[in-house]
Design a binder for this molecule. Sequence first.
Ligand code: PLP
Length: 340
Amino acid sequence: MSQTIPFQYPERIKLAQTPTPLEKMTRLSEKFGVEIFFKRDDYTGTELSGNKVRKLEFILQHAVGMGADTVITCGGAQSNHCRATAFAAKRLGLKSVLLLRTPNPEQPPAPEGNILLDCLADATIIWITPEQYQQRDRYFAWQAEELVAKGACPYIIPEGGSTALGSWGYVATVEELTSDVAQLDDPAAVSTTVISAVGSGGTTSGLVLGNKLFAADFRMVGVNVCDDKDYFQKVIGTIINDFQDKYLEQPIATTADIEILDGYVGRGYALSQPQELEAIRDLARLEGVVLDPVYTGKAYYAMISELEKNPECFGPRIIFLHTGGLFGLFSVADQMAELL
Ligand SMILES: Cc1ncc(COP(=O)(O)O)c(C=O)c1O
């Protein structure tokens, strides 16, 4: 067993309802013959629900400390991160500007799901194409310049809040998980695998770093919902290195610590296959838990598909990190309705 490493959390603003519960999925566990728990990070709030608010606690503290009055961030049309940012900004009396990706900005998607909530929170939405999104740093800079020219004080939050600072949110989650696991019947005798969705990498970077800092000895498995394993090894590796440079005396993690389960992107980012939606439906009916189609639904489908092939592949105990995203389900209502 490795040693815990001394460190200090940066300051944060309390925004998330934490600690979140760890709940055993009894029927699902019976089905696969392994213990399956859900860490309910979908309970971190209502408007702020999901994983992003944990990162925002640290990021927005920094923004407020810098005197910001407006936050600028970006994401896909149904971005949970953008919705959480828009509402967290309101809680702090700030404005928000969201760069949202859509194939044709002339005809943006209907205000459903997260988009409806973004509008409700009075976020300024700027629709950009996927090609423009590739150059989002330039769009960030332009927006910031415009705001400064109007006398505002903008603060840029990179995609998904997936930065070294944002990673602290999931370092803190590992601290919670270690105490959750300590309360189980046989905490030490059973190895634990934590499974989560990977979209922009900051949740996984925090989990990997927290695992080392708290000597938790969990196996951390991230399921990519876009791009591929090589891409995320690089992205997450960069966030981890940046974190280590900024906050630690010496490195504690390398890319070898980043385990990505690839092969479940399916039709592509935010595009669902019937078997993924069926898995969401079946879990709702088995355990009364709702997943989202873009992140948790894909990660969950990956988990059960692997368990179907080999029930022992993740060891005797699994913690599935439910990172939220419920509002995204309403944007696939038609597809889902066919399966009900
Ligand atoms: C609901 C949900 N789960 C998981 C993720 C993935 O987290 P990360 O972007 O930190 O990889 C995201 C965002 O991308 C999300 O919105």
